[in-house]
Write a protein that binds this ligand. Structure first.
Ligand SMILES: Cc1ncc(C[n+]2csc(CCOP(=O)(O)OP(=O)(O)O)c2C)c(N)n1
Ligand SMILES: [Mg+2]
Length: 339
């Protein structure tokens, strides 16, 4: 099967005002939540690793718009946006970041280790690319059960150079697994730009060697992401095997909270922020299309700020895990049985 050409940009003519507002809200929630997490980190309330997703919001929001109940998602350590976009509770995420009992992993996992069975969110993985074969495995379980669920397996441009990605591609294609491999190409792996790390920076085209279709997508345009996501999801649900989406995006903040940022210029970051911001783009569409007034958008901003502040308050008030918890949740006590 030959690889497909990159998709053309979508126009907003077929998108309703409600849809635009929903994307605006969902992206803004991730942005404000992450800004708050950055503040709490600065205040010493979050310890350990913390990788912010600011700038990449359109990727996960656009793809979640194509998901249905039963679909699964798995990602790397840059995972807060994915959790919020699939409907996990901001309070539980913030409490986990701050290491509190009310967190998704009872305060024992932190930023990179959260899961939700209810929302089919399978982590949060600190080992680069480790989630890719796991994502293929999740897709295998649905194929085995004979349903039409798909798995969104997210990974970065750096991870895309790992060998296990290609072993997973090979098996996913041979077994026609309903797995969407989502490469979030934010152009850097820690301090290494894609220009320095690979001769052929078109990652989606590598799928052709395995007979997997794919395409490149503008990840600063939530509508383009959604349109490409729909193609990928339809392909997988129809039993045609895996699909690759290489989504070109950009992270505004450092790799993690301790990043000297010497590998790129301030001007480069500023240019993306001012010319390609995904939230500003939808804001402009809402205003110019007269789908919303400045006051409507202010009300949305206020609503989102309240949700984020509430999550921070919840986190601060939640106690630290009890010492007895040191010895729990280490080994499985029962083997999960699923029909
Ligand atoms: C196997 C492994 N090697 C190295 C690291 C250290 N490390 C953590 S993140 C990272 C960069 C990954 O970049 P990318 O896949 O582009 O994801 P991004 O951080 O840009 O989201 C590296 C090398 C690791 N965690 N695991
Ligand atoms: Mg990267």
């Amino acid at each position: 099967m030959a690889a497909k050409k990159p998709a053309s940009k979508t126009t907003p003519s077929n998108v309703s005002a409600e849809e635009l507002k929903a994307y605006y809200k969902d992206m803004l929630l991730i942005r404000r939540f992450e800004e708050k997490a950055g503040q709490l980190y600065g205040m010493g309330l979050i310890g350990g690793f913390c990788h912010l997703y600011i700038g990449q919001e359109a990727v996960v929001v656009g793809l979640e718009a194509t998901a249905k109940e039963g679909d699964k998602r798995i990602t790397s350590y840059r995972d807060h946006g994915h959790m919020l976009a699939c409907g996990m509770d901001p309070k539980g995420v913030m409490a986990e970041l701050t290491g509190r009992e009310g967190g998704y992993s009872k305060g024992k996992g932190g930023s990179m280790h959260m899961f939700s069975k209810e929302k089919h969110f399978y982590g949060g993985h600190g080992i680069v690319a480790a989630q890719v074969p796991l994502g293929a495995g999740l897709a295998f379980s649905d194929k085995y059960k004979g349903n039409d669920n798909v798995t969104f397996t997210y990974f970065g441009d750096g991870a895309a150079n790992q060998g296990q990605v290609y072993e997973a591609y090979n098996m996913a294609e041979i077994w026609d697994l309903p797995c969407i491999f989502v490469i979030e190409n934010n152009q850097y792996a820690m301090g290494t730009s894609t220009k320095r790390s690979t001769h052929s920076p078109s990652y989606w085209e590598r799928g052709a060697a395995y007979g997997i279709q794919g395409e490149e997508v503008d990840g600063m345009d939530v509508l383009a992401v959604k349109a490409a996501g729909e193609t990928a999801v339809a392909h997988c649900r129809a039993g045609k095997g895996p699909y690759i989406l290489e989504i070109k995006t950009y992270r505004y903040r450092g790799h993690s909270m301790s990043d000297p940022a010497k590998y790129r210029t301030r001007e480069e970051v500023q240019k993306m922020r001012s010319e390609r911001d995904p939230i500003e783009a939808i804001r402009t569409l809402l205003l110019t299309g007269k789908h919303a007034t400045e006051d409507d958008l202010k009300a949305i901003d206020k609503e989102i700020k309240a949700v984020v502040n509430e999550s921070a308050e919840f986190a601060k008030e939640s106690p630290e895990p009890h010492l007895d918890e040191l010895w729990t949740d280490i080994y499985a006590t029962e083997v999960p049985q699923e029909a």
